[in-house]
Ligand binder design. Structure first.
Ligand code: NAG
Ligand code: NAG
Ligand code: NAG
Ligand code: NAG
Ligand code: NAG
Ligand code: NAG
Ligand code: NAG
Length: 343
């Protein structure tokens, strides 16, 4: 597995640019900054994470874990739903408790965070960060659409992230910060995140990434599908992700075997179960199981991601990640012999 690095271009205190105030107040302010700098940093991290989310199967597990460890932010219950070609919905409600020594209250004003590709400076997404109030703790209520402003950029990021290359994201925004009786500070956030991608192939091929739980051959094909199976999939991210209709092409020893259709893929936390419909050359499959090079009943399928759509609309940023999936799976058909009795 590749290691995921998060680097900040500048230290957090240096991110704040404050309108001129009397030095004494400024010093007081700075002292407080030291205590809660992570508060707006978390706001930022959420933005960045959320932007990176479509890079499903990607650096996220490492990236997120690293944040959880560093900032004790809990991503449980964060969900990505209703994907559309240029936006998706993000929801989470989260309470953050403050570390020791913190007292006082304030808020970080709502702002639009702009996310750019580091190498080209091109903006690819805007996320409306809500007001974050804090008073011995903070509550984040996120229930917003994230707008993708450059789908190609996002798709390119997805591919880079899925092929073990390193890539960078720059987040900018200008929220106001009000803390206690101190004057409002106008922040100018300019944060670079460098990440290493994640080898998707390695993840998908890991033992236990997915299991076939049942296989039914349909004597009379339904909508052209002759196989109805159920699989369980491990979610590589800590988030709930609604992906929609996903398809994969199958082959065996270089020959086309057909394709499978996951009509409604919703990745729940940890493990989810989903129906898989297949249009598969079953005589080829059975032939291989009986006469093939492996053990009796065993077949090795090559799986290649093909597409992802939702409500009939192609979801390009998910599709890019799906297309990067290439894996092989060995199935023991004898395990499913009771459901294959029609053969
Ligand atoms: C964010 O951008 C939208 C659309 O341009 C605008 O309506 C909204 O007021 C902006 N929000 C903030 C906090 O600036
Ligand atoms: C991912 O890992 C597989 C097997 O470990 C390797 O063959 C492949 O080249 C790797 N892909 C990238 C882009 O590094
Ligand atoms: C993935 O990238 C890391 C760091 O760049 C490198 O050490 C590792 O060998 C790469 N893995 C593959 C399979 O290319
Ligand atoms: C697949 O089965 C193995 C062995 O029973 C289990 O350890 C693993 O968690 C399962 N994975 C999924 C995604 O169900
Ligand atoms: C596939 O099987 C599931 C339950 O096993 C059933 O609900 C669904 O209607 C079946 N689909 C087709 C196309 O046969
Ligand atoms: C790949 O799958 C798609 C649908 O999922 C299908 O239309 C296409 O013909 C398949 N390609 C091959 C080479 O089987
Ligand atoms: C299934 O595969 C066999 C080769 O194993 C081929 O002869 C046959 O034409 C294929 N059937 C279909 C419907 O593609």
């Amino acid at each position: 597995m590749s290691k995921s690095d998060i680097e900040s271009s500048s230290d957090s205190d240096a991110n704040a640019v404050v309108t001129p105030v009397k030095p004494t107040v400024w010093q007081r302010f700075k002292a407080h900054m030291k205590k809660w700098w992570w508060c707006y940093l978390i706001g930022l991290c959420i933005v960045v994470l959320v932007v990176i989310l479509p890079l499903f199967y990607v650096g996220i597990p490492h990236f997120a874990n690293s944040y959880i460890n560093k900032y004790k932010y809990d991503y449980e219950g964060l969900s990505i739903t209703n994907p559309r070609p240029t936006s998706f919905h993000v929801r989470q409600s989260q309470k953050i408790s403050m570390g020791g020594g913190f007292s006082g209250s304030g808020h970080l004003s709502a702002f639009n965070a702009s996310c750019k590709i580091l190498s080209t400076g091109e903006q690819f997404a805007i996320f409306p960060v809500p007001t974050i109030d804090f008073s011995n703790g903070a509550t984040l209520d996120i229930d917003h659409d994230l707008e993708v402003t450059c789908v190609d950029c996002m798709a390119q990021l997805a591919v880079e992230a899925a092929t073990n290359q390193s890539f960078g994201v720059l987040v900018t925004g200008t929220p106001d910060l009000k803390f206690g009786s101190l004057p409002t500070a106008h922040l100018d956030i300019h944060k670079m995140m460098n990440m290493n991608g994640y080898n998707v192939t390695d993840f998908v091929n890991e033992n236990g990434a997915f299991n076939v739980t049942s296989v039914d051959l349909l004597d009379t094909p339904v909508d052209g599908f002759n196989v109805n199976a159920t699989i369980s999939i491990r979610n590589p991210t800590p988030f709930i992700v609604e992906m929609g209709h996903v398809t994969f092409n199958l082959s065996m020893g270089g020959s086309d075997l057909g394709y499978v259709d996951l009509p409604n893929l919703m990745l729940q936390q940890d493990i989810s179960s989903t129906i898989v419909l297949g249009k598969i050359n079953t005589s080829m499959l059975v032939n291989e199981a009986i006469l093939g090079s492996g053990e009796l009943g065993e077949v090795t399928l090559d799986i290649k991601g093909h597409s992802c759509d939702y409500n009939g609309h192609d979801i390009p940023y998910f599709a890019a990640a799906i297309k990067a999936i290439q894996a092989s799976a060995t199935l023991d058909l004898l395990q499913y012999v009771s459901s294959l009795k029609s053969l």
